[in-house]
Design a binder for this molecule. Structure first.
Ligand SMILES: Cc1cc2nc3c(=O)[nH]c(=O)nc-3n(C[C@H](O)[C@H](O)[C@H](O)COP(=O)(O)O)c2cc1C
Ligand code: SF4
Length: 457
């Protein structure tokens, strides 16, 4: 299944190339190809650059694709890092007519990696969609994109038209799935996998508690493979260059390169980079984020991620599957790495994000609908100096009572954010409790809420 069009580095060769790549750089994998200013790569250039997609033609070959993805150890890049091949085996084994969903919702306001892929390399994502559809026998696939992201929407629609035109000349591809672009509601929870199913059934972004995984029983009862668009783009490369090549990047626990978005006080918030190997945090901060000094803290994994102290982050090897400070797994989640700006208060910023997360609840589960606003209110009291240790204890008790009780992971993410803030900003907390807040603020520009502007740096 390997192509000669691109020469991947020989497996086992010591990695001499830099561990981080930007769009168009020769050592990049997902971000390789034309520079950003040329926009979406066309089908011809895509095929010339990496060769044709080896599609399976019979049952045996379809099994081969699933085995290849298992050998590659490809795990999801949408946050949960679930092994892709296990999802495919579940969907394939469930019978019926599966559906494949390329999840490009990217509800995390500061994340740009998914729309960057859709805007610049739509054919990588669509290759992944076609191959995964073939591997599970899905006649239909959907690419979910928020309609406000016009460049991504346009790039994918144009790419689909190019593929249709090419297909008319080649009989072999007639079995390709029917692929549609569908509007993802502009909500934080819209990209959660059970909400994705609901969006496709009713148009509403409502997560549902499910008896069985959506891979087994999803849209209209059909097995539904919901995969992040970055995960699918990796599939396109694994199919061409093989499992050993793929897993020569990344970590043992989560093989393959991974995309991150810089945010917060980074010099170029919104910059998307590809980590080929785990990178020392200080290199990310000084090189990519353009910071001269370690920040007080770094938000890692999105607004439902965790704060990590700046010094601890500097000493950490940043990559998927790596242990973070204190031996806890460093969850990269949606891939956001956002240093706290020197002018910002970590607690006030957390309060602002928590209020927003509370407003993004789908309002179905008590702990989430009532618990998150309560949590935000109590933290607001502490931040504003309407203090007391009693309030802080009640804050922690509310957090504990919410954890694990929603139908989806939304409240758990919000609680993780809060708990990490209480740990990392403990000195600030003491000052706030003593009625001596730092006076720094929570400026809206550093951590955008809702859909960020269209243009990308
Ligand atoms: C509140 C919430 C929001 C989520 N939003 C997204 C999203 O915007 N995009 C995404 O790909 N996954 C999102 N996820 C993760 C999905 O539920 C799902 O795990 C993922 O799309 C599966 O793809 P993967 O296996 O390729 O990671 C979200 C999860 C939660 C709990
Ligand atoms: S936990 Fe919150 S966001 Fe998730 S389903 Fe329940 S109410 Fe909705």
């Amino acid at each position: 299944m390997t192509s000669a069009a691109l020469s991947p580095p020989a497996v086992g060769e010591p990695a001499t190339e830099p561990p981080v790549a930007l769009v168009g750089e020769p050592h990049a994998r997902l971000l390789a190809g034309p520079p950003r200013h040329l926009g979406a790569e066309g089908f011809e250039s895509h095929l010339e650059r990496i060769g044709p997609l080896p599609l399976p033609e019979d049952r045996e070959a379809r099994r081969g694709v699933r085995d290849l993805l298992a050998a590659a150890g490809l795990r999801g890049r949408g946050g949960g890092e679930f092994p892709l091949h296990r999802k495919l085996e579940a969907a394939h084994g469930a019978g019926g007519r599966p559906i494949v969903v390329a999840n490009g919702s990217e509800g995390e306001p500061a994340s740009r990696k998914d729309r960057t892929l859709l805007e610049l390399r739509p054919h990588l994502v669509l290759d992944g969609v076609e191959l995964v559809a073939a591997a599970v026998g899905a006649p239909r696939a959907v690419v979910l994109i928020e309609p406000g992201r016009a460049s991504a929407w346009r790039a994918v629609s144009r790419a689909l038209a190019e593929r249709d035109a090419a297909r008319r000349h080649r009989r072999r591809d007639l079995a390709a799935p029917e692929v549609q672009v569908v509007a993802a509601p502009s909500r934080y929870v819209a990209g959660e996998s059970s909400a994705v199913v609901e969006v496709l059934e009713s148009g509403l972004a409502l997560p549902r508690r499910r008896r069985v995984p959506v891979a087994v029983e999803g849209v209209l009862g059909r097995p539904t493979v919901v995969s992040n668009v970055e995960t699918l783009a990796h599939v396109a490369l694994v199919a061409r260059f093989g499992a050993p090549w793929f897993s020569s990047a990344g970590s043992d626990e989560v093989p393959g390169s991974t995309l991150v978005t810089l945010g917060g006080g980074a010099a170029r918030p919104g910059l998307v980079a590809e980590l080929l190997r785990p990178v020392p945090g200080h290199r990310l901060l000084s090189g990519l984020a353009g910071l001269a000094e370690a920040p007080a803290a770094v938000l890692v994994g999105g607004y439902g991620g965790r704060w990590i102290g700046g010094e601890a982050f500097s000493r950490t090897l940043v990559g998927r599957g790596m242990p973070g400070p204190g031996g806890r797994l460093l969850s990269l989640g949606c891939g956001l790495v956002a240093p706290l700006p020197a002018e910002a208060c970590g607690l006030a910023t957390t309060h602002r994000l928590l209020e927003w997360l509370a407003g993004e609840s789908a309002g179905q589960c008590g702990p989430c609908a009532f618990g998150l606003p309560e949590l935000a209110r109590r933290l607001g009291d502490v931040v504003a100096g309407r203090r007391s240790l009693g309030r802080l204890r009640r804050l922690s008790a509310t957090a504990v009572s919410i954890k694990g009780r929603g139908a989806c992971g939304h409240p758990d993410g919000a609680v993780a954010l809060l708990e990490s803030a209480l740990e990392v900003f403990d000195e600030d907390l003491r000052r706030h409790l003593a009625g001596r807040p730092c006076g720094r603020g929570a400026d809206a520009g550093w951590f955008p809420l809702g859909s960020p502007p269209e243009e990308i740096p």
